[in-house]
Design a protein around this ligand. Structure first.
Ligand code: PLP
Length: 347
C-alpha cells in the first residue's frame, strides 16, 4: 500500500504526520475539536478516566451488560465500577435507573453505545448536569452513529473508540482514539499517552505508552472515507432482517431513535432456547455469535460481585444471539438467514 510505503520512507515511525493527519480527519468526522490516536480502545477509556483524576475512592456508573473492557478501564484506575441495568428493549443503560445509584463518590457516567446504537442521551445529560458528573462515551461499537445531529464521540465530555479489526472502523491490528472538546483534557492526554511528556525527557505526569501506530493511521484514514457507506450497507441488511424476519420465538432488536442512531456493529436477537437455536443455525451452515455469554458480575475476574443479582442483564446474557451482519454480505446470504430464522421452531 502506498501509505505504508510512505511511512517506511519517512523514517518516522512514532507519532508522526500520518497519526496527525488521521487525528485531524477523525476529529472532523466526529465533529469534535480534538482527537488523539491511542493504542487501543481499552487504554483510550483508561486514559480519559485518569485524565479526569478519577481513582481510588471514586465511583463510575457503567452498564451491567457491557463488554468487559468498559469496566476494566474503571478498575485499572482503582475507581469502583457501579453497575446499572440496561433497558431490556435497547440493551443500552437505562437512564431511569442511574439516579438511584449516585452517591457523593460518583464522578462520571460511562455510557456504552452497545451493538452500535447510541444511548438515550438527553435524560443522561440531565442527570450528569444535576450532579456535576462527567459523561464518558465508550464508542468502540458505534463509529458514525448519530444522536440528534451529533455523532457518537461528541455526546459527552470525552469518548474512546476502538479500531480493533472487527469494529465498524477497523485497523490491521490494535488501534484506538479519544475524541473530546475539552482542551485541558486533550492537552493532558496528549502527554499521558506518551510517558506523561509533551517535551522529550520532561515528564510532567506518570504516563503511559499508548500511541496509535504510524502505520495503522493511514490505513484508518483511507477506510474512514468508506465508513458511512459501510454503515449504510449494515443498516440496509438490518432493515431487511427487521422487515422480513417474523417468528414469534425470536425477539428482534429495537431502534429507539431515527435510523441513523444505529450502525449495527451487531444484530442481536433474543430467543429463550438459545443453544438449540445456535445448533439449528449451524446445521443450516449459518454462523451465529454471542455478545456476550457471561455477564461481567458473573466473571471470575469480578469474584466480589458473583453473588450480586442483575436480572435484566442475566436474562439478556442467557438469550442473546447475533445474526451475521457485515458490509460485504450479499443478498443471497441475507435471504438464507431470513429463511432459516423464519423456519426455526424450538420444539
Ligand atoms: C472492543 C471494545 C472495547 C475495547 O477495545 P480494544 O481496542 O479491543 O481495547 C471496549 N468497549 C467495547 C464496548 C468494545 O466492544
Amino acid at each position: 500500500m502506498d501509505s505504508v510505503q510512505r511511512v517506511l520512507h519517512s523514517g518516522w515511525y512514532i507519532l508522526g504526520e500520518e497519526v496527525k493527519r488521521f487525528e485531524s480527519d477523525f476529529a472532523d468526522y466526529c465533529g469534535t475539536k480534538y482527537c488523539l490516536g491511542v493504542a487501543n480502545g481499552l487504554e483510550g477509556l483508561e486514559l480519559i478516566i485518569k485524565g479526569y483524576d478519577i481513582g481510588p475512592g471514586d465511583e463510575v456508573i457503567v452498564p451491567s451488560n457491557t463488554y468487559i473492557a468498559s469496566i476494566l478501564s474503571i478498575s485499572a484506575n482503582g475507581a469502583t465500577p457501579i453497575l446499572v441495568e440496561p433497558d431490556i428493549k435497547t440493551y443500552n443503560i437505562d437512564p431511569y435507573k442511574i439516579e438511584e445509584k449516585i452517591t457523593p463518590m460518583t464522578k462520571a457516567i460511562l455510557v456504552v453505545h452497545l451493538y452500535g446504537q447510541v444511548c438515550n442521551m438527553d435524560p443522561i445529560r440531565e442527570i450528569a448536569d444535576k450532579y456535576n458528573l462527567k459523561i464518558i462515551e465508550d464508542c468502540a461499537q458505534s463509529h458514525g452513529a448519530i444522536y440528534g445531529n451529533l455523532k457518537a464521540g461528541n455526546l459527552g465530555d470525552a469518548a474512546a473508540f476502538s479500531f480493533y479489526p472487527g469494529k465498524n472502523l477497523g485497523a490491521l491490528g490494535d488501534a484506538g482514539a479519544i475524541t473530546t472538546n475539552d482542551e485541558q483534557l486533550f492537552q493532558k492526554l496528549a502527554a499521558l499517552r506518551n510517558y506523561g511528556s509533551h517535551k522529550k525527557y520532561e515528564n510532567i505526569y506518570k504516563g503511559y505508552n499508548s500511541r496509535l501506530d504510524e502505520i495503522q493511521a493511514p490505513i484508518l484514514a483511507e477506510k474512514l472515507k468508506y465508513l458511512d457507506e459501510d454503515n449504510q450497507l449494515r443498516r440496509d441488511i438490518a432493515l431487511y432482517y427487521l422487515n422480513n424476519i417474523s417468528n414469534k420465538e425470536i425477539i428482534l432488536p429495537y431502534v429507539e431513535e431515527k435510523l441513523e442512531s444505529h450502525v449495527w456493529h451487531v444484530f442481536a436477537i433474543r430467543t429463550p432456547n438459545r443453544d438449540h437455536f445456535i445448533e439449528y443455525m449451524s446445521k443450516r451452515e449459518i454462523q451465529t455469535m454471542i455478545h456476550y455469554p457471561i455477564p461481567p458480575h458473573k466473571q471470575k475476574a469480578y469474584e466480589e460481585w458473583n453473588q450480586l443479582s442483575f436480572p435484566i442483564s442475566e436474562k439478556i446474557h442467557s438469550e442473546i444471539v447475533s445474526l451475521p451482519i457485515s458490509p460485504v454480505m450479499n443478498m443471497e446470504a441475507v435471504n438464507q438467514v431470513v429463511g432459516a430464522v423464519n423456519e426455526y421452531e424450538s420444539h
